[in-house]
Design a protein around this ligand. Structure first.
Ligand code: RIB
Ligand code: CA
Length: 309
């Protein structure tokens, strides 16, 4: 089966880095482009990290295009306390030598989807600002995209606030545009991703991956959170890319999702209604992931990348 063509919109970011590595190593995926957005750290850092990852991992022909520095109407928020000042924890990758593509991320997304209608899947693992700008500029992308998947939101508890997950909290207005665009969003939220933890045994499997383990995966995972035999940091974004590689990994339910933009304490909340009451769902919302098979798929992909370094 031909690999699935994907465009990754991201804010690397530690779990973004592990997601991009998984995508590059997976024989089921073909990265057509990477677009960056301000989020975990500034756009300058997220873009520099995407450029570093491209060269370190070895896909120099894939364009990297920068996008929005911050939210559409709110001041930017960030999570350097989680991802480190540069955004990749304690991983120090060589400085990039290849250039950033010209133009804006939203135009790259529009042009790529227009050129191959029905062929390309779009996955957003950062704030949704670039996606919203693309939808507002060219609403037909909702018809051109093969599938649109996000790592974002939650139908239980948030991680930026009790109500809101970071990617949605960073730009609630953009998320509202995205969920109201007329497509069916594949939403993989914290309800799923918090179970994908890099525990001690997982880090030991990373230790067997040579430079990829020692220079990227382990310094990222261990910085991202405490690692014990049974607990570890959730590698959120990698769940979205693993899903694209093997959709059977995650269970979903159809839902109507609204995004709270006005709540004093709930801004950025994805209000997930599984009771459709006759409405056509605007989302399919992830409810569970097969954690063991997720890590087997991730480690297989990481092993392929490690062998190529
Ligand atoms: O809430 C987790 C999400 O927020 C991940 O995408 C992480 O990289 C941060 O952007
Ligand atoms: Ca991210």
């Amino acid at each position: 089966m031909a690999p699935k063509k994907i465009v990754i919109d991201c804010d690397p970011g530690i779990d973004d880095a592990l997601a991009i590595t998984l995508a590059h190593g997976s024989p089921a995926l073909d990265i057509l482009g990477i677009t960056t957005v301000g989020g975990n750290v500034s756009l300058a850092h997220t873009t520099a990290n995407a450029l570093r990852l491209r060269e370190f991992l070895g896909f120099p022909g894939v364009p990297v295009t920068a996008g929005a520095a911050g939210a559409m109407v709110r001041s930017a928020i960030e999570a350097a306390h989680v991802h480190g000042e540069t955004g990749l924890g304690e991983a120090v990758l060589p400085e990039p030598t290849l250039p950033l593509a010209d133009g804006h991320a939203c135009d790259f997304i529009i042009d790529t989807l227009r050129a191959q209608p029905g062929e390309v899947s779009l996955v957003a693992i950062g704030p949704l600002t670039n996606i919203a700008l693309a939808v507002l500029k060219e609403p037909r992308i909702v018809d051109w995209v093969a599938e649109f998947t996000i790592l974002g939101g939650t139908f239980t508890r948030g991680n930026r606030t009790p109500a809101a997950e970071f990617n949605i909290a960073a730009d609630p207005e953009a998320a509202a545009v995205v969920f109201g665009a007329g497509w069916t969003v594949t939403q993989i939220g914290l309800d799923v991703s918090t179970t994908a933890q890099a525990t001690g045994p997982i880090v030991e499997r990373m230790r067997a991956l040579g430079r990829l383990g020692s220079e990227l995966l382990i310094p990222c995972a261990t910085f991202y959170g405490m690692v014990t035999a049974s607990e570890g940091p959730a590698i959120h974004d990698a769940c979205a890319l693993a899903y694209l590689a093997d959709p059977s990994l995650i269970e979903f339910r159809p839902a109507w999702v609204d995004v709270e933009t006005a709540g004093r304490f709930t801004s950025g909340m994805t209000v997930v209604d599984f009771e459709l009451q006759g409405r056509t769902p605007n989302a399919k919302v992830g409810t569970a992931i097969d954690v063991e098979r997720f890590w087997d798929l991730a480690m297989d992909a990481y092993g392929r990348v490690a062998a190529s370094l």
